[in-house]
Design a protein around this ligand. Sequence first.
Ligand SMILES: [Zn+2]
Length: 82
Amino acid sequence: MEFKKCPRCGNFFHSDLEVCQACKTNENLDIQKLRNYIDLNGTENCQNVQQISIDTGINTKNLNRYLGTAEFSGILNKDSKK
Ligand SMILES: [Zn+2]
């Protein structure tokens, strides 16, 4: 386990999780919201992070973090990916 800085609240924590214990619930809620949003709108309508942020209420910083994870990495069209 490594010592990490929580990307949501900035607290340091020691865990295998991506966020600290205090943020875990909100983190999971946000990810669930994002999954639902993609299910409802389809990936072709999920290309604008700003728009997703407005529609879901998830801030862009967290959104960009989620979209960089393995689960969501295929969502945004990237030139380097096909
Ligand atoms: Zn936190």
